[in-house]
Ligand binder design. Sequence first.
Ligand SMILES: NC(=O)c1ccc[n+]([C@@H]2O[C@H](COP(=O)([O-])OP(=O)(O)OC[C@H]3O[C@@H](n4cnc5c(N)ncnc54)[C@H](O)[C@@H]3O)[C@@H](O)[C@H]2O)c1
Length: 429
Amino acid sequence: MAKKRYAVCGVSARAIYSYIAPMCQKFSHCAELVGLLDIDPLRFKVCKEAVPEAQNVPEYMAEDFEKMLAETKPDALLVVSMDCTHVKYIVAGLEHDLEVVCEKPMTTNTADALRVMEAEAKSKGKVICTFNYRYNPIHRKLRELILDGKIGRVTHVDLNWYIDIKHGSSYFHRWNRMRENSGSLSIHKSSHHFDLVNWWIDGIPEQVHAFGALNHFGPDGEFNPSKVDGRDCTTCTELMNCPYEARWATRNSSIFAADDHINAFDGKEPKYTNYSPHMCMFDSQINIYDTFVVNVKYRNGALLNYSANFSTPYEGYNLSINGTRGRLETQEFGGAGGAALPKFHEGGQYIDYFPIFGGRERINVPAGEGGHGGGDPLIREDIFLGEDPARKFDILAKSVDGLRAISIGDAVYNSIKDGGVKDLTSFIK
Ligand SMILES: NC(=O)c1ccc[n+]([C@@H]2O[C@H](COP(=O)([O-])OP(=O)(O)OC[C@H]3O[C@@H](n4cnc5c(N)ncnc54)[C@H](O)[C@@H]3O)[C@@H](O)[C@H]2O)c1
């Protein structure tokens, strides 16, 4: 069987560790990396040092996208660049009838997500959205239980997400801190969570309302050592007066709090040109929110209340799903910020099932191996080997799933900014 040829747009930390390394190592029998594209030539060096198997893969600057396609003839694009650049590569890939595997969020606003859907309708290609969190064993089990009718018709989901001081602050050090780059955290991060809910309950979101604020980061953050813009953790003279950084650093060694799961920022060597992932989290440039509460009404009548906090002492979530015939509950706690806390769920995470009339049933779900609760290795298999035919339910997300999650996140940002309930019915699919 011929190997499927992949070109990577955006040689990000995520691209290197989640796609390029596995493709060149574990999936080399069925996948071939044929091209790398980025705006920053240093990224090719960083990638090739991390993945020596990619040594001879041709490199292309962003303006040479068409040249890359002509010369390397990929079957598929892996779009793993800064979020706001996804739409350009997805639409261009679809215009060439390619398969496009895109990291979340598919786009940074609803209008761009609709552009993707339009381009896909005209293309022989298709879009796969990598909502890896669906593949976490506990999240799959929840989908199965709901599909099995254990709680009847879902009426209400209550989801509260906590992103700890290390993980949460990482977004405010990096490009993610600007609405124009990431769409804001209600899109960049919460699209994971909105997608999970949409998927669990087969929900098409129709109305969204939110309140939110920037409480912890930005110049008015309570732990800002002083109101000075333009600081960078690598050169900051106030580092040890910054409790977020001092939590991880000593006067003689600092590992810096910027860490989006993959330790892409460890080490002293710069990994990006003209960009630092260690920008001060208290800068006035920040234009997104770190705290929000959200209400969503779905077409099937289900309601969601959701909250996200990006500066909590530990990481995790509380979830309950109520239905006409019962209720499901689960909790996850951990994260880097939780290192000093007692371990929860020593025996693995579980789901409590409460039938509406009757006693509690505890369902233990063994954790998977690998990133995102074991989700990452499984989604890679579905991407590179094709979807598992033995699985009884849909799981690999499509562009419409990207649209639904993004349209909630975009409405959240706009509702916080302008007030009011945002109605999605005129465009949601
Ligand atoms: N699914 C997940 O759990 C998960 C986890 C982490 C990151 N991600 C996603 O992966 C993507 C990369 O995130 P990261 O934190 O690894 O990023 P990163 O900061 O490591 O890298 C971003 C890359 O994009 C490149 N870039 C910027 N503009 C570009 C352009 N116009 N064309 C091509 N490349 C361009 C940069 O040079 C850099 O190499 C994001 O979309 C992010 O949301 C997903």
